[in-house]
Each structure stands twice: as C-alpha cells, then as structure tokens.
Design a protein around this ligand. Structure first.
Ligand code: IMP
Length: 497
C-alpha cells in the first residue's frame, strides 16, 4: 500500500486523524463510476459484493436487516443480546431465505397434524411453507404448500388430509435448466427429486431457480450453496463456544468475537478454541486500534479484524475511560500490518456520510461496519415512533444502560458483571427514520463509486494504491459542507453536519 502522506506525517508527529480531518485528492481517471468494482472482504473466506457490514447491535441487525443487506451484496452481523437459541433462529431465517438446490428439504410425515407442523415452523424459524410429505417407509406421498395451509380451517387435520397428491417429481441429477423448464411448463412451484424407490433426494423451488436462471441474483451475497451469507456476534469463554456451536449448526458464515477490547486474554483463548473446534468457519475478532494488537490477533488465528475503539456515534468510551484512537489513523496503522498477512480489516464505527466509506477503504480497510448509518431504516429492529410529527427509531449503544440492563451479551462486551452496578460506555438515542435500506445503500454505494471515479481507481486495491490525502483545517471542513445557503429541500444523501 502506498504511504498516505497526511497520515504518515501526522503519525510521525504523534497525531491521530479521523475522517473529517482529511479529504482524498482526485487523480487521472479513465473510468466512469458505474464501471468500478466495489467488492470487498470481511474475513479471509467471506467476500462482499459491496463493502458494507451492519453492526452487531440490538437496534441494527436481526434477520430483517441481514437478509436485505445480503441481497444488496453486503453482510449483517446478528447481535448477541438474544438467547443463543433465538440468535441461532435469526441466523436460520437468513440461511433459509433462499435456496438454490435444497439438498435436505425439511419433510413431514403424513400422520403429522397441521398444528404440530405449524408449531415446528414457528419453533425453527422456517419462513418457507413447502414440505414433501412422507409415509412410514419414508416414501414421498404428497406435498404440503402455502395453499394447503391457507385453506385448512381445522389444525387437527393430518398432513395426509390436506396435502396435494399426484405431484410432479424428477430424478436426482436433473440440471437446474431442465428443472426450471419442466416447472415452467407444468406451472409447478416445487419439484422434489426422488430415487427409484420414491425417496426424496432433494428439491428445487421455482422462485429460486428463476432468480438463478434470469441472473436477477447477481447482487446477492451468497455462499457456495446459493444461500444468503450472515454473521453472528459472540462473546468470550465457555458460553461463547456453546453459542457458536448453535450458530454453526444453522450455517452461520462467520463468527465475530465482539468485545470492546479485542487485545485481551479471554479473547485470545476464545479465538483459539473456536479455530480448533469449528474447522472451516471464519472468526473475526475485535475491537482494536493498534497495530501491535493486530499482529498478535493474526498470530492467534484471526480471519478478520475489526478496528474501532471509541469512534461510534453512540459511544462514550473515549470520554468515560479516556481510551481510544481517532479512527482513520487507527484503520491505517492496523491495515498496514494486516494486509501484509492477507487478513482483512473492517473499519467499525464513526462513519457519518458516504464519503467516509471511500476514505476508510482508501486507507486500507476491506469493508466498513455501520451502526448509525443503517439504524432507523425499515429493516432495523424496533418500531417507528412519532415525535413532533416526525418518524424516528431508537438507536442505542450496546454499552448503554438500557442495553446492558437485562442483557448479559452487552455487559460481557464491556467486561461488566453486576447488573446493578453498571458503568455505561454508550448512550441511548433516537434517529430519524430513513425508509427502506435499498434506497439508503444505493446512495452510500453511489457515493463510494463516485469517489473511486475521482481517484481513478477501478477496484478497492487501486483505491488503496492511488488514494492519497490532504489533511484539512476546520475552515477546509466548513468549505466541504454546503455553506452560505439555507437548504430548502433534503437531499437523499446529505443530512447536514
Ligand atoms: P456508528 O456506526 O458510528 O454508530 O458505530 C457503531 C459501532 O459502535 C458498533 O459497530 C460498535 O463497534 C460500536 N458500539 C456499539 N455500541 C457501543 C457502545 O455502547 N459504546 C461504544 N461503542 C459501541
């Protein structure tokens, strides 16, 4: 990575800078913003189609945010202020949201009653409604689908009473294209694949095939089986390893050891245990802000590192504890070490506008994590409230009193044990309702593309290579924002200072 002059010089003088202290210089450019490639990485094996990850916070990421963000190419990290069972269920909802080829479809028996099937759907968090129905010999005898449940007005009825019979099947090995053609021709939404004894060996769902065949899933961030990717936060120690077990069973793509101080004994112990126990699952660790910590964590096996101590919009750590490092210098110093070892850095917290994304990636981050910039969207957890005639949603720190009271997950993040003697490191607030995530992300990625176009960078690697900065003064920052004008209309990508 090329030396970043303003950051290097500041570092030599013992200064640390953050987003508002710099702006990127423009450079010779041969490409249009829509031509740039914005793919990033969260961890060694978890790629991103857009370099945006949602924070593991209880007012930011549950399954709704994770599904929509993965569909837009990013990644959601489900928070841990939930029981391990509930968190695993949230992960399952994301993983089961789409399916290319369903290797092991969930089946029911013809003697199961509708009530027990509905209860199982609720308990396991299934948000699909199509089940092959089997007899006692495990042979396929019918199909239960949305309509069968809808037209059933007595939940005591058995699956065999309400299922559809005479269903269309195919043999295993049928190609996606052939399956799609058969289903289209026969107007069937479900195609179970069976062997010669009529045992179920897999299943195709028409909507998923259509997405794959028509290429309408190009933006989706999916795993090798065509399922949306999702991450989940855990703490440290035995309870974290137990929690991880449940999350891994549901197919979580990446575990995030989420603490306020990643360079601590309990984190290293937990990281090593996770890497020994869950072969093939990436583990991202955080948070840190110094390059020494990054070196140690990589040595201990981290697949990705989250950088950010104190930059968060709801964070009071720097004020309460006097600890932390202005975010841009932290990301720059940490990325210099991590990139040499092929480990991605996630710049976590402190972003206020889309331009900050470009800046974070130019100093070496492979993605950004956002709390405040994604809170207040339709997909973030919590209800919309109205105050003074305007819509808001709650956004709070995981180290705020409200989040730590009653949630061991939050207390653990800040090393606090006694629920009655809490020293908060975050605040609780409201944030203006922003509407649908897709529109918000469109603007954020649009800003990033534009920035990369100015720099003349066709991908993140070139942005890192070519991007250089000027350190700016407070008058420079004032000049950067709209000035000497009263704004009459809200812009979709600018909310003021
Ligand atoms: P934001 O994007 O600036 O709102 O920052 C979000 C980030 O702040 C999260 O991803 C966490 O790393 C961090 N964070 C979350 N809750 C707290 C807190 O209560 N105190 C300090 N940092 C927090």
């Amino acid at each position: 990575m090329r030396k970043k002059s303003a950051l290097e010089r500041a570092g030599e003088e013992g200064f640390a800078l953050t987003y508002d202290d710099v702006r990127l210089r423009s450079g010779f450019s041969e490409m249009m913003p829509h031509e740039v490639n914005v793919c990033g990485r969260f961890s060694r094996n978890v790629d991103l189609k857009i370099p945006i990850v949602s924070a593991a916070m209880d007012t930011v990421t549950e399954h709704g945010m994770a599904i929509e963000l993965a569909k837009l190419g990013g990644l959601g990290i489900v928070h841990k202020n939930l029981s391990s069972e509930k968190q695993a269920k949230e992960v399952a909802k994301v993983k089961l949201h789409l399916n290319g080829f369903i290797e092991k479809p969930v089946c029911v028996f013809e003697s199961d009653d509708v009530k027990s099937i509905l209860a199982r759907m609720e308990e396991k968090g299934f948000d699909f409604q199509s089940f092959p129905v089997l007899n006692d010999n495990k042979e396929l005898v019918g199909l239960l689908a949305g309509n069968d449940f809808e037209f059933c007005d007595d939940e005591k009825l058995l699956a065999r009473d309400v299922m559809t019979t005479g269903i269309l099947t195919a043999k295993k090995g049928v190609t996606i294209e052939a399956a799609y053609a058969i289903m289209k021709e026969r107007k069937k939404k479900i195609l179970p694949l069976v062997d010669d004894s009529n045992r179920v060996l897999g299943m195709y769902v028409f909507s998923d095939l259509k997405r794959i065949i028509t290429g309408s899933n190009e933006s989706y961030n999916v795993d090798e089986n065509g399922r949306l990717r999702v991450g989940a936060a855990i703490g440290v120690g035995d309870s974290a390893v137990e929690r991880a077990e449940k999350l891994v069973q549901k197919g979580v793509d990446v575990l995030v050891v989420d603490t306020a101080h990643g360079d601590s004994r309990a984190v290293y112990d937990t990281l090593r245990r996770l890497k020994d126990k869950f072969f093939g699952v990436d583990v991202v660790v955080g948070n840190v802000s110094n390059s020494d910590s990054v070196g140690r964590l990589i040595e201990a096996g981290a697949d990705g590192i989250k950088v950010g101590q104190g930059p968060g919009s709801i964070c009071t750590t720097r004020i309460v504890a006097g600890i932390g490092r202005p975010q841009l210098s932290a990301v720059y110093e940490c990325a210099k070490i991590a990139l040499e070892k092929g480990v991605p850095i996630c710049a976590d917290g402190g972003l206020k506008n889309s331009g900050d994304i470009t800046i974070a990636l130019a100093v070496g981050a492979s993605c950004v994590m956002m709390g405040g910039m994604l809170a207040g969207t339709e997909e973030s957890p919590g209800k919309t409230i109205f105050l003074d005639g305007r819509p808001w949603k709650i956004y709070r720190g995981m180290g705020s009193l409200g989040a730590m009271r009653g949630h061991v997950g939050s207390r653990e993040r800040y090393n606090q044990i006694d629920e009655n003697k809490l020293v908060p490191e975050g605040v609780e607030g409201k944030i203006a309702y922003k509407g649908e995530l897709a529109n918000i992300i469109f603007q954020y990625v649009g800003g990033l593309r534009s920035g990369m176009g100015y720099v003349g960078a066709k991908n993140l690697l070139e942005l890192r290579e070519k991007g250089d900065f000027d350190r700016i003064s407070s008058s420079g920052l004032g000049e950067s924002h709209p000035h000497d004008v009263s704004i009459l209309k809200d812009a979709p990508n600018y909310r003021g200072k």
